[in-house]
Design a protein around this ligand. Structure first.
Ligand code: OGA
Ligand code: MN
Length: 290
């Protein structure tokens, strides 16, 4: 039992800072359980200013499940394939492919049939101002809908596709067309329900993704847009959002099943922003688009 562990809420909707436990050392099962409870309750947990090596980040992440290797091979770290670098710095003299990711609201991996349970992002470098990450609470977004709207969307499913016609260039990860074609084959489109029952809390959450959601299954893009645009706007009302202002070495762990996140372009691009992400393999969810 971690006696000094403190969980302090960071906003009304979601987010809590966890202190009083050295997460670099081997953890006891009851300590992991306490952290898991905090994360399930607050959706986003922040471990402020923890210097972590990649080994330590990988070990800590594994306490919460199996680690995913990113479906796009060029995005895997050379030594640690389960690590994904999010940065605007040059890597081996080449411009980064991840410098502009996350510019629209999304949850990670909603374009797969095993969307990751959690993502953990460790900050190595942050511009002098900005470079923040915003998170929202999709339980609240669902719970605050009218009963009629809840019933209307209950059975709806959406088509999610990372490389669909509306994909932003940043989501193509490359300007090389042949490589883009290979990436597309690695990541086919999927169908996901609009309302998701969280497998651990049993609570219902909206499960939408403005970055990869193309349209509601069985509806034209125009028909579904009127519903989707309303749901997107509703989901990210300021009262459902926590904006994290990074300090170097902050580790942030979020739940992709009930929260979306966004990385606004709110910093000077000639300053370096560098994060390492580890990602927990999720439970099977949705089905492949045939
Ligand atoms: C991610 C992501 C946002 C950020 O790593 O999944 O969306 O702020 N990152 O870097
Ligand atoms: Mn993301």
């Amino acid at each position: 039992m971690a006696l000094d562990l403190t969980v302090s809420p960071l906003s009304y909707a979601l987010g809590a800072a966890v202190t009083g436990l050295d997460i670099r050392r081997a953890l006891q099962p009851d300590e992991v359980a306490q952290l898991r409870d905090a994360w399930l309750q607050h959706l986003v947990v922040v471990f402020p200013a923890v210097e972590l090596t990649l080994e330590q980040q990988v070990r800590f992440s594994r306490y919460f499940g199996e680690l995913e290797i990113h479906p796009v091979p060029s995005l895997r770290h050379a030594q640690y394939p389960e690590v994904f670098e999010v940065t605007n710095r040059k890597i081996n003299g080449r411009p980064s492919e991840t410098g502009e990711i996350g510019r629209k609201w999304h949850s990670d991996g909603a374009f797969t049939v095993r969307p990751p349970t959690a993502s953990l992002l460790h900050c190595r470098a942050i511009p002098r101002a900005g470079g923040s990450t915003w998170f929202n609470n999709m339980y609240m977004a669902y719970e605050t809908l009218s009963l009629t709207m809840k019933k209307t969307i209950e059975q709806l499913e959406v088509v999610n596709d990372l490389f669909g016609p509306h994909a932003t260039p940043a989501y193509r990860f490359t300007s090389d067309e042949r490589k883009a074609e290979e990436d597309r084959k690695q990541v086919p489109g999927v169908i996901q329900p609009v309302v998701r029952v969280h497998p651990e809390t049993g609570r219902k959450a909206l499960y939408l993704n403005p970055t990869v959601t193309r349209h509601i299954l069985g509806m034209s893009v125009e028909e579904s847009d009127s519903i989707l645009q309303f749901l997107y706007r509703h989901s990210v009302k300021p009262e459902f959002v926590y904006s994290h202002h990074w300090g170097v070495n902050d580790l942030v762990m979020w739940d992709n099943r009930c929260a979306m996140h966004l990385a606004p372009a709110d910093y000077a691009r000639d300053e370096i922003r560098q994060m390492y992400r580890t990602t927990l393999t999720g439970e099977p969810h949705g089905r492949l688009l045939q």
